[in-house]
Design a protein around this ligand. Structure first.
Ligand SMILES: Cc1cc2nc3c(=O)[nH]c(=O)nc-3n(C[C@H](O)[C@H](O)[C@H](O)COP(=O)(O)O)c2cc1C
Length: 378
């Protein structure tokens, strides 16, 4: 049969993803002091044998104060490596490229878990206390959010060094890819966005000044992250319609990131004024794909599309029409961990069962030998 673009391998640096389908990073809020829990081992192993090209572990704090909330995973301590490397081992066992998203939540840190309200922790939230958030300028997300501390140059240097050490630990844990979280209103994005950055020093004002923190962070990461391992960067392709950073600004950011050594741009959007996921407005399938297409073609860099990518034809068309090099799925994979196998079956791929673990594929093949699907059910 003819080639299905979604199922062609994707080579980037020394890594080859067996197909174009990637697990998008998704916080579980089930960690304790940054340490992964039994939940993470079970949750990620389900995706390890999902047939994915690659999978990203959730936004993982480069420092305790860089977490979104108390349940976030962390990578600020050498002792975090042991748990993280267990997840990596499972991914490797099933031929899934392992990735981790390194994050600092900035002024959107110190938040309650989504199911507890996804709002800033207050003094009333007792044994899980709030902490002082930081940002480019003392501008809160909204009227009910605390004012972040304006970061000094020392604070900026500390965060850059935290990202560097986090990248070192990610490498020690065995991760093959890292993604730097520069989207959704978190720290790096908040420096880029003119909505949240009103600084007068070399980190604020002009476009070049507002991208400086991200570029310097990448330089720190690159000083320790192996040259042959890829770096992804997630950005918010637009801030909010009619306000803040535009898609054109983000095309220019992507060009600068490429020059700085980023390999793939993961094209999300929004979040500078609230949650990009817990939105009240309607979204349509593939709503962020036009951003990925523009960034890929105008910045001439590999891109990953994400956001309401639901069915195999939709995903395949994105790759076929060169609107992205990779597709990241989040919630659809939560709903259906064997999405890849089902998509491969839908496209009649001879190797569809190779996207299942042996012990599953054996029994499904046996059933296929005997099952008459055209017969009327008894
Ligand atoms: C439970 C949940 C947790 C998420 N956590 C993260 C995260 O850690 N980092 C991130 O960049 N995006 C995060 N997101 C956003 C997803 O990665 C993805 O971009 C978004 O859900 C849109 O894709 P989807 O429609 O396929 O779910 C999260 C989304 C969900 C639903």
């Amino acid at each position: 049969m003819s080639e299905v673009p979604l199922f062609t391998p994707f080579k980037i640096k020394s890594k080859t993803l067996r197909n174009r389908i990637v697990l998008s990073p998704m916080c579980q809020y089930k960690a304790l002091d940054g340490f992964i829990s039994e939940w993470h081992l079970q949750h990620y192993s389900r995706f390890a044998f999902s047939g994915l090209g690659a999978a990203f572990i959730e936004a993982t704090g480069v420092s305790p104060e860089g977490r979104i909330g108390h349940g976030c995973t962390g990578i600020w301590d050498e002792n975090h490596i042991e748990g993280l490397s267990k997840i990596v081992k499972t991914f490797k066992e099933y031929n899934c490229i392992s990735g981790i998203q390194l994050a600092h939540a900035g002024r959107k840190a110190s938040f309650l878990r989504p199911w507890d309200g996804a709002s800033p922790i207050t003094k009333k939230d007792g044994n899980e206390p709030a902490w002082q958030t930081i940002g480019p300028s003392p501008i809160p997300i909204n009227d009910s959010s605390p004012i972040p501390k304006e970061m000094t140059i020392n604070d900026i240097e500390k965060v850059k060094s935290d990202f560097k050490k986090a990248a070192q630990r990610a490498d020690k844990s065995g991760f093959e890819v890292i993604e730097i979280h520069g989207a959704h209103g978190y720290l790096l994005h908040s420096f880029f966005s003119p909505i949240s950055n009103k600084r007068n020093d070399k980190y604020g004002g002009s476009f070049d000044n507002r991208i400086r923190f991200a570029l310097e962070t990448i330089a720190e990461v690159k000083s320790v992250w192996p040259e042959n391992k890829p770096i992804f960067f997630r950005l918010s392709s637009i801030d909010t319609p009619g306000e803040g950073a535009t898609i054109e600004d983000n095309v220019n950011l992507a060009k600068a990131l490429k020059f700085a050594g980023v390999d793939v741009i993961d094209c999300s959007s929004g979040g500078i004024t609230g949650s990009p996921v817990l939105t009240k407005s309607k979204i349509i399938p593939g709503f962020q794909v036009p951003y990925s297409e523009k960034i890929k073609n105008e910045a001439n860099i590999s891109s990953m599309a994400v956001g309401a990518i639901i069915n195999p034809d939709q995903a395949n068309d994105i790759i076929l029409n060169k609107r992205a090099d990779l597709v990241a799925l989040g919630r659809e994979l939560l709903a259906d961990t064997q999405w890849v196998y089902k998509a491969a079956t839908y496209f009649n791929l001879d190797n569809a069962k190779s996207f299942l673990p042996d012990s599953y594929s054996f029994y499904l093949s046996r059933r296929d030998d005997f099952l008459d699907r055209s017969a009327k059910p008894a």
